[in-house]
Design a binder for this molecule. Structure first.
Ligand code: COA
Length: 169
């Protein structure tokens, strides 16, 4: 007999810090190995352990988690849009799932919840940036109705990578 998986999406608490650090490490490795130069990627990953995440969550950085049957399967960070040239007010800075939990609809659910949280906070419109080489992310945001309207460049150890902004009004 199949049992339904209990899915809960909520604001992260400092107790979630280690689990969020694990998602960050595994999802970033999975998404960016071979795209972001090795040393730059390792540097970014080593900075963001459990203590870093506990601090970020305590400082009220807006971090949400998706709990799937007791496992923190993903996280999102969100807040005000940082790109002055875009008129949308909200931004999802990061949205990542553990590799083994990808592709079963949890990303879509977390994205919808994050978007609702931003609009509930009075922020109109949404921006998400994704690296152009991250095809999965581009398909995911295009599939969620985002319009890719702007481009930028991010430099990692002298390697310039193009990024794309998706927006929702
Ligand atoms: C990108 C990511 C957040 C998507 O979440 P997910 O749970 O895997 O995606 P879902 O199962 O919710 O899929 C939602 C939709 O996106 C599509 N999609 C998801 N992954 C896809 C892929 N690899 N290729 C094509 N389409 C994809 C699905 O087909 C689905 O469309 P549908 O609703 O029309 O069937 C997740 O896979 C992830 O964390 N990837 C690695 C990290 C990453 O790239 N994060 C984004 C950084 S900007």
């Amino acid at each position: 007999m199949k049992t339904a998986l209990a899915i809960e999406i909520r604001k992260a608490s400092p107790d979630d810090a280690e689990a969020v650090a694990k998602v960050h490490l595994e999802a970033w490795r999975g998404a960016y190995q071979g795209i972001i130069p090795h040393r730059a990627l390792n540097r970014m990953l080593s900075r963001r352990g459990g203590a870093w995440w506990a601090g970020a969550i305590r400082r009220a950085a807006n971090v949400m988690v998706i709990d799937a049957g007791g496992t923190i399967a993903g996280y999102a960070t969100l807040g005000r849009n940082r790109a002055r040239e875009l008129s949308q007010q909200g931004e999802i800075y990061e949205l990542y799932l553990l590799p083994e939990w990808q592709g079963i609809g949890l990303g879509r659910r977390l994205f919808t919840a994050a978007r609702r949280t931003l609009s509930g906070a009075g922020l109109k419109g949404l921006v998400v940036w994704a690296l152009e080489d991250n095809q999965n992310a581009l398909s995911f945001y295009a599939g969620a109705g985002g319009r890719d309207i702007a481009e930028g460049v991010e430099v990692f150890d002298q390697k310039a990578l193009r990024k794309v902004a998706f927006v929702w009004d």
